[in-house]
Design a protein around this ligand. Sequence first.
Ligand code: 6PG
Length: 477
Amino acid sequence: MRNSGEIGIIGLAAMGQNLALNFARKGFRVCVYNRTSERTEAFMRDRVRGEPIVPAYTLEEFARCLERPRRILLMVQAGPAADQVIEALLPFLEPGDLVMDGGNSHYADTERRMQALAARGVHFLGIGISGGEKGALLGPSIMPGGSPEAYAMVEGMLTRIAARSEEGPCCAYMGRGGAGHYVKMVHNAIEYAFMQGIAEVYDFMKTALGMSSETIAEVFERWNEGTLNAFLTELAARVLRYRDPETGGPLVERILDKAEQKGTGRWAAQSALELGVPTPTLTAAVIARTLSHFKGDRERIGAAFPWPDRRAGFPPETLADLEAALNLVVLVSFSQGLWLLHEASRAYDYGVDRAEVLRVWRAGCIIRARWLGFLREVIREDPEDPHLLFNARFRGEVQGRLPAAGRILDLAFEAGIPMPALSTAVDYVLSMRRSRLPANLIQAQRDAFGAHTYERIDRPGVFHTEWEGETHPPGVG
Ligand code: 6PG
């Protein structure tokens, strides 16, 4: 297949293998390369069944296998590994070739690589790919970013392998520079928050309501029939039902309660802080994972910190309230993520169309959910407004669920159950609807101890006051 491969894939871990098969099954001629040849051999032997896939065992051979201009998709670990592969590949590339990074790379790395390759005349796209291993094989959600010319080189291929919803293929140009990886990062931050919300209501059902995994699974299945219809809701039910072959009990109860993370959620929180966009629920989900790691400390503190059990039975509407609460977490998480995207697109000149982002998230990706259709309508009503909360329909969905969320938070406190995603979601809405927050007192104190100045509500200007009395802690200053 010398010179005839339409797409080359580097990196044959599960995602790379499945994408190679997906491209090939859609009729594209694929060349594959992996750093260790054993994996390439195993892939060709165990998984390739007559699909037009050709293995290459050196990068030179790989480059020769591809038609010009070359289109190469990197499916290697984000971070230094991606830089190493690009460096090793460069001597075999020619101006006009295109390199795509389909991993979960940091958007700043993507922009750096894009510039470095542009200096050699080589195009570069940062492509967010969501849907896990199954999605890669059957149709992922694809979020490409970079130059429109580079995207035009692969648009046809990418839209062919993408998932489809009733709104078309789940692949669209996300914007300039690192936009693709930025959008994927926000997707993952919402993924973290959605998962955290699910974990919190599971904890409530288990700990406060004493429900079994099986019964909780039934609840998630029921919810999946309604507004909470989503891949993650359905997955929660499936996972809760799974029985451990060794013990016969629910496997989930045998799993150590320390949640891992590879970085995308944290990057989103960091980026939000840098851009000055409040994303408390997205950030709370990252922190909850971090906190879960301190298992030993939690056990030690918990043993010395009993929680009085003040439960006095639960009103019959508690499950309906929980459903409303989880809906609220989902809606608020999306609204925070979409505000972040709006500001990032402005700050970095990405040109992201958030309605397109929501369309691409409709199918194939981890956060696909029934709410996405509604959210897209809301965004389309006023694409330039950063806040979904400004939209009457969105506000109505949120407002109607607040009382239930408040009742759940009260009961959770009684039972000693932390609900960081839910409580930050409620706090966020309460804060964003307050025209006057107590930040005036913070400003007064800042001015009193540090002459940091303040503004007034009754006239323009910047003010400083020589505040009377003791303004320093006793014995300090
Ligand atoms: C996806 C997922 C995928 C991966 C995340 C998980 O959209 O298919 O987001 O990219 O599962 O990287 O991230 P953590 O390991 O940080 O949970």
